[in-house]
Design a protein around this ligand. Structure first.
Ligand SMILES: Cc1ncc(COP(=O)(O)O)c(C=O)c1O
Length: 366
């Protein structure tokens, strides 16, 4: 007789203790000022809607499996060929492909804090993730990264949740010194950073990842992509789901790429609002990291001038009560006295600063 069914026993060891990724809250109901998941406050190009509407008629057909038209357009956009590009169901999909292809049960590395999906994808593949902590200056810990001896090192540039941007010189130094692959995750690059895309034709150990979710206002469509040497792309293609990007997503992303004017105007509006918001935070005397992204990482200071974990938490909760959502990362000492606020429209940012005033007033009565 066979043994009774035991789910725990047949669950793959790497998955048994795995904590899943916790996405930012998507509140239900109306009236929320949603500044917690770094979405773009402005809509994508109108041509995206038109292209998707037209493509609905073809939904009975499977999509083109390799997203070839998108690869070609993206390749040309970055002065590369279609062989240097792979497209994913969001850049999260690409991170998973990289981990399955090049980490397995080996060592990967990342800086802390950075994007909290890296531990999950590395955990899923049974690998070991080395944490390289930042100092409070948030300068790149070059020596520690170079010594990390990882098959794959994930570097978020600009970093999340701080928004701090690293130079291309530093990235080139890493590419020269690392024996593994450097993944430069550029989810926020269009808001002021310098992309490492021009280095792709020079270094065989570089993967640059970007997404349509932030600067191109298409988080709901799920399109991300990687640029790398064709030999790396060929390996990633081996593990890619046959139809990993659906037909509507492919035409929507192509239409977005075709409307550079809307993309640039939206980025400029976000950058202008970020700089204005930064000034307002400085006027409050709240320490805030310089940001090259569509969010600000700021340390709330209460009415008596105190900062710290309980202050940040109190601020976060007060905003939530006022139906204003931001993100709080209580897990690390370097982040627990800060909150991250995504840059919304000017009206949304007005609501945020009204929320600040209201919190400061209640705080001063406590
Ligand atoms: C640093 C970073 N990389 C990747 C992603 C994932 O983006 P996508 O929507 O393309 O999966 C995010 C999303 O917030 C992110 O912050």
């Amino acid at each position: 007789m066979s043994e009774p069914f035991n789910l725990e026993k047949i669950t793959v060891p790497a998955i048994q203790g795995l904590s899943p990724y916790v996405p930012g809250e998507q509140p239900q109901g109306d009236g929320w000022v949603k500044l917690n998941t770094n979405e773009n406050p402005y809509p994508a190009s109108r041509s995206v809607k038109e292209a998707i509407e037209q493509a609905v008629d073809s939904l009975r057909l499977y999509p083109e499996p390799t997203s070839h038209a998108l690869r070609k357009t993206l390749g040309a956009y970055y002065d590369l060929s279609d062989k240097h590009v792979i497209v994913g169901n969001g850049s999260d999909n690409i991170l998973d492909l990289i981990t399955r292809s090049f980490v397995g049960n080996n060592k990967a590395g990342h800086t802390v804090p950075s994007y909290s999906l890296y531990p999950v994808v590395v955990g899923m593949s049974g690998g070991h993730l080395v944490d390289i902590p930042f100092e409070a200056s948030m300068e790149l810990p070059m020596d520690a990264i170079l010594k990390s001896d990882a098959s794959v090192f994930f570097l978020t540039n600009p970093n999340a949740p701080t928004g701090v941007c690293f130079s291309l010189d530093a990235i080139e130094q890493l590419l020269k010194g690392l024996s593994g692959i450097l993944v430069v995750d550029e989810a926020y690059i269009d808001f002021g950073g310098r992309s490492a895309a021009p280095l792709v034709s020079k270094y065989q150990n570089l993967i640059v990842i970007q997404t349509f979710s932030k600067s191109r206002s298409l988080a709901g469509l799920r399109v991300g992509f990687a640029l790398a040497h064709p030999s790396i792309i060929a390996v990633l293609d081996r593990v890619r789901d046959a139809y990993n990007v659906d037909g509507l997503a492919q035409v929507g992303a192509l239409a977005a790429l075709d409307d550079q004017a809307t993309f640039e105007a939206n980025c400029q509006r976000v950058i202008a609002t970020r700089e204005q918001s930064l000034k307002q935070l400085h006027a409050l005397d709240w320490f805030t990291y310089p940001s090259a992204s569509n969010f600000l990482f700021t340390q709330p200071k209460d009415a008596t001038g105190r900062v710290g974990q309980d202050v940040a938490q109190s601020f976060f909760e007060s905003l939530k009560q006022q139906k204003i959502l931001v993100r709080y990362f209580g897990k690390y000492s370097l982040t627990c006295s800060f909150i991250r606020v995504s840059i919304g429209t000017d009206t949304q940012m007005k609501s945020f600063f009204k929320g600040v005033e209201s919190w400061l007033q209640t705080e001063s009565h406590n």
